[in-house]
Design a protein around this ligand. Structure first.
Ligand SMILES: [Mg+2]
Length: 404
């Protein structure tokens, strides 16, 4: 191979041990070349090392190659020198990058074949693959790149069937410095942070459980207008005592992983908010109990110790949730790209779309179709993988914050 170029690429493959890079660099220094870039990874004990060089004097390249190959043979590794053509540098043209995170059980080979085939058909190049966890849940991160700009929607749409076939949860996020630098998480309460719809529980207390659940289901599926559904349901609660609200607030079931998620995110310096289409009475109680930073919800009007059947103050519907998310990000001085939003209902769609990472959590189909990430398991801790946190990180964090 002619090596007349002043730019070279040295590739080393070896059984990994300390010192291989230092030894290789000794020859590079002797040849007077300039190191432009170094990349390496070790997999199953095998080192793959690439060094890009420029300012190489063509007359010194051949001696470099000979000296390096004699040494490599003696030390039982393989060193190859290629010309480095900048125009054909493999990752240079893939300027538009995303991270596709997969959460799944053990993935069969055919699953890997299928997803990589889908990427290939879309002219998507895989730049890096990393396994974040291989315990109860397998988590894989694919950093993908395209020459032309692509959107999360395009990638997700192509993966719809794959997702269904293998029961995989997927997030597609733009690969920028904001991805690992989120600062605020805004969670929906009912069926997201909590494993119930509080208003349905209130309905049961008021003896109108069935009617209440029916309207709630229609509202959360986007079949009927949120505000009129809310007012109708609040009307059904007329006469319920504040005492019964207190009792209910002490027995609301949290979604598995909620408490651990809060502890870990607080440890990492996140601000945590609940933004709910439910009621401030309950949201305040949860925020106090778990030390959350913000809680925004609808205000039940109470008269003489009883629910009046009306609301007061602004309505937190889909627009209200979106407004609250923007307000909190601005108040804290964070970019919207540093915000994670999590929700399950049709009234969450707008706030999920506004956030840097919007996660549909055990969500209605209408929500899942529009969100860039989804989780279909009842464990809020899974969110952490979408933030780039690995299984090893989680173990350390669990020890620090006290329990998973
Ligand atoms: Mg909800």
């Amino acid at each position: 191979m002619p090596l007349s170029s002043r730019q070279l690429h040295i590739h080393v493959s070896a059984q990994d041990r300390p010192g291989i890079l230092a030894e290789t660099l000794t020859f590079i220094v002797q040849a007077g070349c300039n190191v432009v870039d170094i990349k390496q990874f070790v997999f199953n004990g095998l080192l793959n090392l690439s060094i890009l060089l420029d300012d190489c004097d063509p007359s010194r390249v051949l001696p470099l190659r000979e000296a390096l190959s004699v040494y490599a043979e003696k030390m039982d590794f393989k060193a190859t020198i290629y010309p480095w053509e900048m125009a054909t540098r493999p990752d240079a043209p893939y300027a538009h990058r995303s991270v596709v995170t997969l959460l799944c059980g053990a993935m069969p080979s055919v699953g890997f074949q299928e997803i990589t085939q889908i990427f290939a058909e879309l002219d998507i190049n895989i730049l890096r693959i990393e396994q974040l966890d291989s315990g109860d849940v397998h988590v894989l991160e694919f950093v993908i790149g395209t020459r032309k700009a692509h959107s999360s929607e395009e990638v997700l749409n192509a993966l719809v069937k794959f997702k269904e076939n293998y029961g995989v949860d997927i997030a597609v996020q733009e690969e920028t410095y904001f991805r690992r630098n989120k600062r605020l998480i805004v969670l929906d309460a009912d069926m997201t942070f909590l494993q119930c719809e509080v208003i349905d529980e209130l309905g049961k207390l008021a003896g109108v459980g069935e009617e209440m659940s029916r309207i709630t289901h229609q509202a959360m599926s986007g079949e009927i207008d949120f505000e009129s559904a809310l007012r109708k349901r609040v009307g059904l609660l007329k006469g319920l005592s504040v005492e019964s609200l207190h009792q209910l607030s002490n027995s609301l079931p949290l979604t598995p992983g909620a408490e651990s998620l809060v502890k870990i995110l607080k440890h990492l310096g996140y601000k945590i908010a609940l933004v709910s289409g439910g009621f401030q009475f309950f949201i305040d109680k949860i925020c106090d109990t778990y030390g959350l930073d913000y809680g925004i919800a609808n205000q039940l009007k109470i008269e003489s110790g009883k629910v009046s059947g009306e609301l007061e103050g602004p309505i937190i519907d889909a627009e209200g949730k979106e407004r609250s998310l923007v307000f909190l990000a601005e108040k804290e001085g964070f970019s919207l790209r540093q915000v994670v939003a999590v929700g399950d209902g049709a009234n969450d769609i707008k706030m999920l779309a506004r956030a840097g990472l919007g996660i549909a959590f055990n969500a209605k189909p209408i929500v899942q179709r529009q969100a860039q990430a989804s989780i279909n398991h009842s464990d809020l801790r899974l969110i952490l993988y979408f933030l780039g946190i690995s299984g090893g990180d989680l173990q350390e964090l669990d020890e620090l914050v006290g329990g998973g």
